[in-house]
Design a protein around this ligand. Sequence first.
Ligand code: 0RA
Length: 631
Amino acid sequence: MAEKYDADSIKILEGLSAVRKRPGMYIGSTSKRGLHHLVFEVVDNSIDEALAGYCNDISVTITKDNGIIVEDNGRGIPISKHSKLDMPALEVVLTKLHAGGKFDKDSYKVSGGLHGVGVSVVNALSEDFKVWVKRDGKKVKMEFSQGNVVKPMEQLDVSDETGTTIYFMPDKEIFETTEYDFDYLNNRMRELAFLNKGIKIKLTDERTEKVEEHFYEGGLVSFMEYITQGKKTISKVICVEGKSDNVEVDIVMQYTTAYNEEIVSFVNNINTIEGGTHVAGFKAALSRAFSGYIDKNNLNKEKIPLSPEDIREGLFSIVSVKVPEPQFDGQTKTKLGNNAVKGIVESLINQELNTYFEENPTEIRIVIEKTFAAAKARLAAKKARELSRRKNALESNSLPGKLADCAEKDASKAELFIVEGDSAGGSAKQGRNRHNQAILPLRGKILNVEKTGTHKIMLNEEINALFTAIGTGFKENFNLEKLRYGKVVIMTDADVDGAHIQTLLLTFFYRYLPELIEHKHIFIAMPPLYLIKVGKENHYVYSDEEKEKLVIELDKDGKKYGIQRYKGLGEMNADQLWETTMDPLTRRIKLVGIEDAIEAEKTITMLMGDDIQSRREFIVTNSNFVNNLDI
Ligand code: 0RA
């Protein structure tokens, strides 16, 4: 498939000093994200080998001291001498920027994509970097530190196998955090295995002895099954595959009874969160195929005005394209810009959908019924909104009665605490700083927005209180400038019920006010789990690990202490609640982000959806949910 490699074909651009000077330019940031990007960068190279047809087995290991080992059975990084540079190609690949040597446009390099900077960048940002290559009948090894050669290439053995093993220890001088997050890595490994069927990807955590192996013969179909797990489906998984003008298109879609739509899209294995021309083409084709079929079969006798969103209600789709020279635009460079891709995707999908409709008339009519229902609900909701807006104008935008508002009018300084239960709400009202902290107590469980149509949601009292307090409006009326509080903090008990309410609220924000998550306005309060009393001193402890640590220290010092476990916010008096959970100087709050929208969607579905069994299991196994929830 790929042309034969010759050591001199590698393009050389520059050395690595620029990378250490400005790491953010190459890996996005030096925070948790950048740290994990190092792993993705190496793995992407292994995936490239797989896409070229030379590798089917990748193994990633987090070592006990937070180092990383990535092993693959690809061709191995070339080791022969680079004639112009008078050094092994291996050294060129690892010490020169953009020295990939695989620049032909015909291969869809993963690493040509988002940050796509090459393994040399990982080397530059590692305090210790070792590489083993099996190739050309040999097994060789080479060592680096901060991008500099520490031990030149040496032959260890003979070998009739091929492959690359890379070990690296991220440089503590560079990264703000050097602790790897198993779930974060695991999610991407799973995603890569879905997107590239037939590759086995194993992730091992030597710190905890956790091991996960991903291998999906079904590719995107398996991905779809994973995403719609726990949802009621009303169509089969519809697959469309095709290639035109060197653009590979791979799409699966499935209708469910849900009210939301979900399009997960990828370009060359990179999650295009902001969509782009491939998604636009897909949407256009859907609208065209559906309205064509409806017209042709005269199915809309009532002449209901359908919108494209009605056609996509309840639709889950995965759109994956492979494009030779992707152009990434958008704020986070995750939006495909190549205009040609729209037409390519659109005509492919349109054709295939027409065929599918002809072959599956019963199934498609059920979907179309749902489309009509969606349109009717949308129109009804619009009417209800107009009514309530008129009513609100008359009642001069009155704030909900239960809201204890703050004096501060500058939203950037104001905080809203959404508190579980009236009793904790009472303590919070007493304990707060009434200058800039507002309290909205919610009664018990809030409405499950996942199971309710928009029109009904708008009539719900708790939801209305939330909307009015927050002030932004939603959907087409959303206006961030009207946000009344810069921080909206969800404060629930640290137990299963609390976790459930927290998830209900997060679902609400995720579905109706995702802009607030995007702009970093939603937080989760972290009340302490324990109070440890040592003499007159109070130690509040926020996790089991912290408790263990303190207890060991106290035992060593031979001190006497008492431990109280907090089951709910209600067990704290107003002062304690202020000190532990609300005082900006001492509290802990956690920013809610959509790091992984797919995982969030799945958690939410599992907790909210129709599948009661998996919800139970989830809650039982995640009773410490509050402390590790990360959506
Ligand atoms: C440069 C050229 C070729 C492969 C690679 C690098 C390569 C890099 C990594 C990083 C991890 N695993 C890897 N496997 C391969 C092309 C080799 C050829 O054409 O034979």
